[in-house]
Design a protein around this ligand. Structure first.
Ligand code: PDD
Length: 287
């Protein structure tokens, strides 16, 4: 089935949607993005994703071309037009297409941002088989730039990391800097030790995950103890449990780190419980 996508104000069949070859997203990775999941045809954690979009745009001095109501209307229209029950919506805003290649930013008065959105249908997203077995991760050096808190489309190294993991027969990679885990290639990293849930504190070193923030709230409501600090790969290998969070994986147990089983080597009870609570609460609050 041909998807209907959104480009700069128009809803079009995917094979008719076009962006200029001079677009700065294409030439310079001068663009930011968001991924929002859809469950039961509704948007999960949407206000958080819009707030972070604004933060990313502000950090790069790109004008937000749409109002919050417009963003919501486009997301809802795409869910409806593509009959999405479970899946994701990808949105990207680039600085636009100045009609030539130049390192200097174009004049925002004459160069409007480019807006692209499309859906990805993923039936069974919430009831993922992987959540029942858990995933295996390797560690790799974090050689990304220093503003990982901005959600830019510079995803080459995370893609390479995913391929390194696949080559090693694993599912994903955790990035390590100065001896401590920053985050996963496309997710935030967590461990649990002695009943305490540990995840790295917010800074420019990691993306401020929307799912991370929601899971922290779920943990607090369930009276679970949380510590926000860096942890090492050795600590993860000695942890009782480990997991990742993201808009597309929700809470996903990690059962192996660099070939060493975490805890029992099976998805842990706390991670599974957090996944349940998260999904239950977020389905209720979905819009
Ligand atoms: N990735 N860290 C990184 C580097 C990410 O790319 C992501 C999200 C996260 C988790 O953020 P959130 O909980 O807001 O999804 C953390 C998205 C899902 C992606 O690139 O597809």
């Amino acid at each position: 089935m041909t998807r209907t996508v959104y480009v700069n104000g128009d809803y079009l069949p995917e094979d008719e949607a076009k962006v200029s070859i001079f677009d700065r997203g294409f030439l310079m990775a001068d663009a930011v993005y968001e991924v929002t999941s859809v469950l039961g045809g509704k948007l999960i954690d949407f206000p958080g994703h819009l707030a972070r979009l604004q933060r990313s745009l502000d950090a790069l001095d790109i004008r937000n071309p749409l109002s919050e109501d417009d963003w919501l209307a486009i997301h809802r229209a795409l869910v409806e037009k593509n009959a999405i029950d479970e899946g994701m919506i990808y949105l990207q805003v680039s600085r636009g297409s100045p009609g030539d290649r130049d390192f200097s930013f174009p004049d925002p008065e004459t160069c409007a941002p480019t807006v692209v959105l499309f859906t990805q249908s993923k039936p069974g997203l919430a009831d993922s088989p992987q959540a029942k077995t858990g995933i295996r991760v390797i560690s790799i050096e974090d050689i990304r730039w220093g503003r990982r808190d901005i959600k830019t489309v510079q995803l080459l190294y995370p893609s390479m990391g995913k391929m390194m993991a696949k080559k090693a027969g694993c599912d994903d990679a955790w990035l390590v800097e100065d001896g401590a885990v920053t985050e996963g290639t496309s997710n935030n990293a967590w461990i649990i030790k002695g009943g305490k849930i540990i995840t790295r504190q917010l800074s420019n070193d990691i993306l401020h995950g929307i799912t991370r923030a929601s899971v922290l709230r779920c943990a607090a409501e369930a009276q679970m103890e949380v510590e926000e600090r860096p942890f090492t790969i050795a600590e993860a290998q000695e942890a009782d449990e480990a997991f990742i969070t993201s808009a597309s994986a929700f809470v996903m147990p990690v059962v192996e780190v660099d070939g060493v089983a975490v805890g029992s080597g099976k998805p842990g009870p706390v991670a599974m419980r957090l996944r349940e609570i998260y999904l239950e609460e977020k389905r209720k609050a979905a819009i």
